[in-house]
Write a protein that binds this ligand. Structure first.
Ligand SMILES: NC(=O)c1ccc[n+]([C@@H]2O[C@H](COP(=O)([O-])OP(=O)(O)OC[C@H]3O[C@@H](n4cnc5c(N)ncnc54)[C@H](OP(=O)(O)O)[C@@H]3O)[C@@H](O)[C@H]2O)c1
Length: 359
């Protein structure tokens, strides 16, 4: 199974069935067992060109494979050091197979040294062997696929904002408050002393978001003007230009920093170059840059253990609201992708998909 998206028309997609590829020397075949799909994957497609996401799992001219996070098993180790059947967590195409060229293999995992990936951010080229992972618990596989990459971004974001003493502000305002990324950021920020965490969400979603009890205050987008005008930082989770403008216009000089985390509002990107907004210039928060910085400061193991410690309470908490919805086969993948592309997905739902073919 192989799911492909037309790069210049994200609503056009197609499914293909093909044989598992033959291996060359130094390659291993991974059988992709299942993967999560959330709005974050839509951002990978939106930024496919600009941020090179299409280059991880290249397809024929004009088409792309939207990267996903999931689990795979080593189907054929070839002559590599991987063990047949070993379970792996990492970054995959939405397909049933991936051929990798494992290098730097140790008990924790390996790096895919396939030449076209060499220049892409290293965080996406590393694969974890679940047996050596401080993070892994079998009972939380679904949560790991759905939430881990988002949580990791939010961990880095929380660390970044706290490291900057919230730019002298006392309030963090998060858009797309119902998204898994925002919920993870709010969960972490709420544990810090003296930070008021405000969630902005769509009208009609306030009750769901309030019920999760991680925001001090939840406000629907049209009510931004009702927030007290005190020093704040804005964390723009999904890139809605209208919401960003409303927040900047409301806080004006009281806005101390404006971070752009995602840009799922793909149809509004063109509006970003319009008139400059009051307050600080929005800055894109690119997680891999922060990974590099903290890995250098804390060492890889130091970073891994800090994130794993923060992850455990979050994942326990998520089981209280995250509704895992499973699908098998290409059509289920296509349906979940379109639901997310069109913003029709319920925020408490997490799609876990299995390619369905494992031969
Ligand atoms: N930069 C990074 O490294 C990084 C990493 C992780 C995530 N992110 C970004 O974080 C955002 C949320 O991702 P997620 O996977 O956490 O989302 P999710 O859980 O699937 O989020 C669902 C929520 O996002 C908002 N939303 C959903 N579809 C949308 C659409 N088409 N257009 C606009 N808003 C939509 C809605 O929230 P409201 O009704 O509350 O607005 C919705 O309830 C994405 O934009 C993603 O790119 C960025």
């Amino acid at each position: 199974m192989d799911f492909l998206v037309k790069r210049d028309d994200l609503h056009a997609s197609r499914l293909e069935e093909r044989e598992a590829p033959a291996l060359e020397s130094g390659q291993a075949l991974l059988r992709i067992d299942s993967f999560g799909l959330t709005t974050n994957n839509i951002t990978y497609a939106v930024f496919g060109e600009a941020m090179s996401y299409w280059r991880f799992f290249p397809a024929e001219e004009g088409w792309g494979r939207v990267p996903v996070w999931g689990f795979a098993d080593v189907g054929d180790p070839g002559g590599t050091e991987l063990a047949e059947g070993a379970r792996i967590f990492g970054y995959f195409p939405p397909s049933s197979h991936l051929v990798v060229r494992p290098e730097r293999v140790d008990e924790r995992g390996f790096v895919d040294a396939t030449p076209h990936r060499a220049e892409l951010p290293g965080a996406y080229n590393s694969y974890l062997l679940v047996e050596g992972s401080p993070l892994y618990e079998q009972r939380f596989e679904d949560q790991q696929m759905l939430l881990w990459p988002l949580f990791f971004t939010s961990f880095l974001l929380d660390d970044f904002l706290a490291g900057q003493s919230l730019f002298g502000a006392g309030t963090a305002v998060l858009s797309s408050a119902s998204s898994k990324t925002a919920l993870a950021a709010a969960f972490l920020l709420a544990q810090r002393e003296g930070i008021e965490v405000v969630g902005l969400t769509s009208s009609g979603r306030e009750e769901f978001v309030e019920g999760l009890d991680v925001y001090d205050r939840v406000v629907a987008y049209p009510e931004v003007g009702s927030l007290p005008k005190t020093p704040a930082v804005y964390v723009d989770i999904a890139g809605d230009a209208d919401v960003r403008a409303a927040v900047h216009n409301h806080y004006d000089d009281e806005l101390r920093h404006s971070a752009v985390v995602g840009a799922t509002h793909w149809d509004q990107l063109a509006g970003d170059d319009s008139e400059p907004l009051p307050g600080p210039r929005p800055e894109f928060f690119f997680a891999p840059d922060h990974v590099r910085r903290r890995s250098a400061e804390w060492g890889q193991e130091g970073l891994d253990s800090r994130v794993a410690d923060a992850w455990r309470p979050f994942v326990e908490w998520s089981t209280g609201w995250l509704d895992v919805v499973r699908g098998t086969g290409g059509e289920a993948v296509q349906a979940a992708y379109l639901e997310l592309l069109d913003g029709r997905a319920s925020p408490n739902v997490g799609h876990v998909l299995s390619p369905g073919l494992s031969s």
